[in-house]
Design a binder for this molecule. Structure first.
Ligand code: UD1
Ligand code: UDP
Length: 386
C-alpha cells in the first residue's frame, strides 16, 4: 500500500524541536505508513538556533533548505512562499504539517492551501488576543487555512469554536469542513523523552556555569516587543540585575541573538555592566538538552517564550512571564505563572512572592500524556484510511 507523503515545514527553533517529536514517532511506530519530507525555510540559520537541534534530537537532515534568512516580515514571508510553493509542486504531498505561529507557519499555510494540499496545524487555536503580535496574525490565518487542527489545550479548542469551527464535523474533512481535536502538547512528548538524557549527557553544564542544583534562576528574552523596545529591555534586565544582587541568586540567561544584537547596538555600556555582574550569566543560546537540564534544575523561570512557559510547568517551576498577556492562560489561572510585563514593580513583587511560597504551588497535568505525536499520526492515517 502506498505510504502517506507528509511534508513537515519548519523554520524557527521551536518548530524544529516540535517536528522532532513527529519524526521520532514515525520512525518508532509508523515507518511503514509515512514518507516524511522535511522542509526548512531557513528562517533560523545560526548553528545554535538550527543545526544543533537536528544533530542532538537525531532528526533527519532537511530535504530542502530554502535559505531565506532574516528580513522584514513581508519580504521574508514572500521568499518562503515562493520556495515552499516550488517544493510542493515538485513533491505533490498528501498533506503538509505546520507547527506553531511563526512566519514559516504562515507561509506554509498559504502556499499549501492555495494549491489545495490539506494543511495539518499542530498547536492550533492559541490566541493572545493581541493582533500587534506578528504571531497572532500567523496563527489565525494558519488555522483558517487548515483541514486538521490539533489544539494543545482546552482554551485553544474553545478559541476555535468561538471563531466558528465546529466540533461535530464528520468526514471527509477538508479546508471547508475541518476537524478540530483537543490533544496534548507535543512539547511534553519531548520534555519527557529527553529529561533523563539531559542529566546524563549535559550534567557538567551546571559546573561550567558554577551553579548549584535548585539554586539559580533561568531567564530568556526574545520577543520583539521586549528586544526592539529598548526601554522595556532595559527595565527588565535592570530589575533582574538588582534582584539577583539583593537575593544573591545567580540568573542564567541564554540569550537569543536578537536580544544580544539589541543590547550591543542600543545599550552598549549597560551590556558590559551586565557581563561583569557577579550574579548574571549571559550565555549564547543552548541546545535543547542543555535547556532541559537548566529548566529541571532551576528554582524559578523568567521568560517571554511560549515554549519555555510550558516547560516551566512540565518541570514544576514557578514562572514569571515578561508579557502583558499569554496564550497559555491555564498557567496564569493556576497561579504558577504570573504576568509581569516589563514592569519593574510587578517583576519585583511577583519574584518575591514566588521566592517565599514555591513549595505551596501545584502543577496539574494540563498538557496531555506525552504521546501527542502518536495521536496526531493516527488521526492523519485515519483521514487517509491507512
Ligand atoms: C521567531 C518567531 C517567533 C518565535 C521565535 C523563536 C516570527 C514572526 N517570529 O522570532 O514567533 O518565538 O522565532 O525563537 O516568525 N537572528 C539571528 N540568527 C538567526 C535568526 C535570527 O541572528 O539564525 C536575528 C536576526 O537579527 C533577525 C532577528 O534575530 O533579524 C529576528 O529573527 P526572526 O526569525 O525574524 O524572528 P525571531 O525573533 O527569531
Ligand atoms: N530553547 C533552547 N535553547 C535556548 C532557548 C530555548 O533549546 O537557548 C528551547 C526551549 O527549551 C523551548 C524552545 O526552545 O523548547 C522555545 O523556543 P523559543 O523560546 O525560541 O520560542 P517560542 O516558544 O517563544 O516560540
Amino acid at each position: 500500500m502506498p505510504r502517506i507523503k507528509l511534508i513537515n515545514i519548519v523554520g524557527a527553533r521551536p518548530q524544529i524541536i516540535k517536528a522532532s517529536a513527529i519524526g521520532r514517532a514515525i520512525r518508532s511506530n509508523f515507518s511503514d505508513k509515512f514518507t516524511e519530507i522535511l522542509v526548512h525555510t531557513g528562517q533560523h540559520y545560526d548553528k545554535e538556533l538550527s543545526d544543533v537541534f537536528f544533530e542532538e534530537l537525531e532528526m533527519r537532515k532537511p530535504d530542502y533548505n530554502l535559505g531565506v534568512g532574516s528580513a522584514r516580515h513581508g519580504r521574508q514571508t514572500a521568499m518562503m512562499l515562493t520556495g515552499i510553493e516550488d517544493v510542493l509542486l515538485k513533491e505533490k504531498p498528501d498533506c503538509v504539517v505546520l507547527y506553531g505561529d511563526t512566519n514559516s507557519t504562515l507561509a506554509g499555510a498559504l502556499a499549501a492551501s492555495k494549491l489545495h494540499f490539506p494543511v495539518i496545524h499542530i498547536e492550533a487555536g492559541l490566541r493572545s488576543f493581541n493582533k500587534t503580535m506578528p504571531e497572532e496574525i500567523n496563527r489565525i490565518t494558519s488555522d483558517h487555512a487548515s483541514t486538521l487542527l490539533f489544539t494543545p489545550t482546552n482554551a485553544a479548542f474553545q478559541n476555535l469554536i468561538r471563531e466558528g469551527f465546529r466540533s461535530d464535523n464528520t468526514p471527509p474533512y477538508s479546508i471547508d469542513n475541518p476537524k478540530i481535536y483537543l490533544t496534548g502538547d507535543i512539547m511534553l512528548d519531548n520534555s519527557l523523552y529527553f529529561a533523563d538524557l539531559a542529566e546524563r549527557k549535559k550534567g557538567s553544564l551546571l559546573e561550567t556555569l558554577s551553579v548549584e542544583k535548585g539554586a539559580f534562576i533561568l531567564a530568556t528574552i526574545h520577543r520583539d516587543a521586549n528586544t526592539d523596545e529598548i526601554t522595556r529591555l532595559k527595565a527588565i534586565l535592570q530589575t533582574l540585575k538588582s534582584l539577583s544582587e539583593e537575593y544573591k541568586l545567580i540568573m542564567v540567561m541564554p540569550l537569543h541573538p536578537r536580544t544580544t544584537i539589541s543590547l550591543k547596538t542600543n545599550l552598549k555600556s549597560f551590556y558590559s555592566e551586565l557581563l561583569k555582574c557577579k550574579y548574571i550569566r549571559i550565555i549564547p543560546p543552548v541546545t535543547f538538552l542543555e535547556m532541559t537540564l537548566l529548566e529541571k534544575n532551576s528554582s524559578m523561570i523568567i521568560t517571554d517564550s511560549g515554549g519555555v512557559q510550558k516547560e516551566s510547568h512540565f518541570f514544576r517551576k514557578p514562572c514569571l512571564v515578561l508579557r502583558k498577556e499569554t496564550e497559555w492562560i491555564e498557567l496564569v489561572k493556576n497561579g504558577t505563572a504570573l504576568l509581569v510585563d516589563a514592569d519593574p514593580e510587578k517583576i519585583r513583587n511577583e519574584f518575591i512572592k514566588f521566592i517565599n511560597c514555591c513549595s505551596e504551588l501545584e502543577y496539574p497535568g494540563f498538557y496531555g500524556d506525552g504521546k501527542t505525536a502518536e495521536f496526531i499520526l493516527k488521526e492523519i492515517m485515519w483521514m487517509f484510511k491507512k
